[in-house]
Design a protein around this ligand. Structure first.
Ligand code: HEC
Ligand code: HEC
Length: 257
């Protein structure tokens, strides 16, 4: 008997109602969560102390806070924990940790699915072989997940500027909404996916919140010295038909975040 002359079983369509459910599950992973996780306050407090403690590092030379001051980025660029020049091969800028609960996947290449996984690398490499008990690592992760997203108070949750705003920023928001929110989605200004934007492979789209506080450099390896440079590179890579005026407006808008 061959396969062709066997009666074919009728195709079941019983799975069809599950399609929206599966799509919803996919979205939950891609769209950053809107609510902060509920964490054990004592664990968070212990983690915060450890975050600031240089004696945690294998050679007692640095704390987490050295490179991620107050959950921000220190403005330096590192390769395996050693400062290097911005744009050097293998250079990595510390991502901000503010709002980390909204910014999975972690590490610039998105290789860590959870903060705990990112910590594995931080403790081994950036912290020079910090020996940390599992319960202390849990405390560190809890602290990182407790740092709230930066809030300048100048934008609404949907990304629009709080009124009254400047004409430049309002125009910048319109341009941003139409061209950039696919990958930098308000209110977190990130999305749980990696993209190749011509900077050397697929990278996690960084949250743009807190740009008002940053003096750069920008990009995963610090390749862009100014916000203008970063925006111009994005516009070029996406082949957007935007002129100087649009770019200036975008920068004005980003400085509200
Ligand atoms: C020498 C500087 C340095 C130190 C010290 C350091 N980090 Fe980092 N951190 C970085 C860099 C650089 C990256 C990005 C690495 C990459 O993407 O490959 C990073 C990434 C992270 C990430 C992933 C964030 C994201 O959104 O992708 C977390 C979480 C993190 N660090 C937490 C910590 C904690 C907690 C400590 C202390 C235990 C620590 N870091 C110590 C430089 C540092
Ligand atoms: C296809 C997805 C995608 C789109 C669309 C996109 N970006 Fe990005 N953006 C990224 C990724 C990925 C990076 C990280 C690139 C890197 O670091 O090498 C990034 C980085 C940035 C940075 C640097 C942030 C930092 O902290 O270093 C800025 C600023 C930025 N984008 C602004 C914009 C603007 C403005 C637009 C619209 C004109 C835009 N992006 C459109 C994916 C995107």
């Amino acid at each position: 008997m061959t396969w062709s002359n066997r009666a074919r079983p009728r195709r079941s369509t019983a799975w069809l109602p599950l399609v929206p459910f599966a799509a919803l599950l996919a979205c939950v992973k891609i769209f950053p969560p809107l609510d902060a996780p509920v964490l054990d306050a004592e664990l968070v407090q212990r983690g915060q102390k450890m975050f600031q403690d240089p004696s945690l590092s294998g050679d007692r030379s640095r704390a987490c806070n050295t490179c991620h001051p107050g959950g921000a980025s220190d403005g330096n660029v590192y390769r395996d924990g050693e400062p290097v020049r911005a744009g050097d091969a293998g250079a990595r800028r510390p991502p901000q940790l503010r709002g980390a609960w909204q910014s999975a996947p972690y590490l610039w290449d998105g290789s860590a699915g959870s903060v705990d996984e990112a910590l594995e690398r931080m403790l081994r490499v950036e912290m020079r072989g910090a020996a940390v008990r599992p319960e202390d690592r849990e405390a560190l992760a809890a602290y990182v997940l407790s740092i709230p997203p930066f809030d300048s108070g100048r934008i609404q949750p949907d990304g629009s500027p709080v009124e009254p705003s400047t004409p430049g920023a309002s125009r910048g928001w319109a341009v941003f909404r139409d061209n950039c929110t696919l990958c930098h989605r308000p209110p977190s200004f990130t999305i749980g996916l990696r993209f190749d934007v011509g900077t050397g492979g697929k990278l996690s789209s960084p949250s743009l919140r807190g740009l008002s506080q940053s003096r750069g450099p920008y990009g995963h390896d610090g390749r862009w010295a100014s916000l203008e440079d970063a925006v111009k590179a994005m516009v070029e890579n996406r082949e957007l038909a935007l002129g100087e005026h649009d770019i200036a407006s975008l920068v004005e808008y980003l400085r509200l975040l």
